[in-house]
Design a protein around this ligand. Structure first.
Ligand code: NI
Length: 148
């Protein structure tokens, strides 16, 4: 878990600076009507943080295996209104959420890291793997934001 936390800590330093440097006429562009803008992708990462914070908390008191509750990502992006929200506010939201995730993750007792979480498709993940997946998912979307 320590590596995962350190990776998230370094993203917390880099991402806000890099995102803030994207020209304002670029962040809001939708590559296609059904595709998210860079701003909306960052919003989606906020939604991922909200949902994963809930999972990290629940995994510490619910019965094993805990059900991983999925979320309708397009609805979340739409209903959070990221399209119309100032970029600076989305960046702040992302920072606050991930700060809390680092804080919560660093307090998870060692013996809880093998706790099983049910993906719902017959597959289970440990809490440690859930945290690793969170970073993999984030990096996938950060690559879309910064490389496309
Ligand atoms: Ni995603």
């Amino acid at each position: 878990m320590e590596n995962t936390i350190n990776e998230l800590k370094s993203l917390l330093i880099d991402v806000p600076v890099r995102f803030a440097s994207i020209p304002s006429n670029v962040v809001s562009v939708k590559p296609a009507p059904d595709k998210w803008s860079k701003k909306e992708i960052l919003g989606h990462l906020c939604d991922s943080a909200v949902n994963n914070l809930s999972r990290f908390i629940r995994a510490q008191f619910e019965n094993e295996p805990m059900n991983i509750i999925r979320y309708e990502q397009n609805e979340w992006v739409k209903l959070n209104g990221y399209k119309d929200k100032p970029v600076t506010e989305i960046i702040e939201f992302w920072k606050c959420l991930n700060n809390q995730l680092v804080y919560v993750a660093s307090r998870i007792p060692e013996e809880k890291l093998g706790f099983k979480c049910d993906k719902g498709d017959g597959e289970t993940l440990t809490l440690q793997e859930l945290a690793e997946d969170y970073i993999v998912h984030m990096k996938h979307h950060l690559a879309q934001i910064f490389n496309d």
